[in-house]
Write a protein that binds this ligand. Structure first.
Ligand code: HEC
Length: 126
């Protein structure tokens, strides 16, 4: 009887352990899409305009009365800021640069990565 109890306990222990291991795998899988940042197809007209209109146009769309005269609301206006990397450094909040968006939380890292990728791709008007 005692041996039976020991075996039963051993089986239960293995089941619980296996159950936990399995559960952990499922949890890891479930969190995967959240930590992934897809920068494979960053377009000016979709991702970049989306990020800037949500975070920057309130001060930087023409007529720029707030944004120190820095108009970022069309491709031709934005391009020089991309070419000089100023756009990247302000959102990355690189030391020595004016941190943007002014008076608001730093952009999420995925948005910053998209801006960086777009600039590295030559800041195309796509
Ligand atoms: C609340 C208003 C406001 C918001 C929102 C804002 N900015 Fe600015 N931005 C300013 C002002 C004002 C300046 C002029 C410099 C200063 O006063 O800091 C400026 C300057 C800049 C400059 C020029 C910096 C330089 O060194 O010449 C860039 C580039 C810039 N902003 C990009 C952005 C981007 C990109 C966003 C969105 C992620 C953003 N800003 C959001 C107000 C804003």
């Amino acid at each position: 009887m005692r041996r039976f109890t020991m075996i039963a306990l051993a089986i239960i222990t293995v089941c619980i352990w296996a159950g936990c291991t399995y559960k952990k795998e499922v949890t890891d899988m479930a969190t995967l899409p959240i930590v992934t940042c897809d920068t494979t197809n960053v377009r000016y007209s979709v991702e970049i305009v989306g990020i800037l209109s949500a975070n920057c146009y309130s001060c930087h769309a023409a007529p720029a009365s707030f944004g120190g005269g820095n108009i970022l609301s069309t491709y031709n206006n934005l391009k020089p800021y991309a070419n000089s990397n100023l756009l990247y450094h302000v959102v990355n909040q690189t030391p020595g640069y004016d941190p943007m968006p002014k008076g608001a939380a730093k952009l999420v890292s995925c948005d910053i990565a998209k801006i960086r990728t777009w600039i590295r791709n030559g800041a195309p008007n796509n």
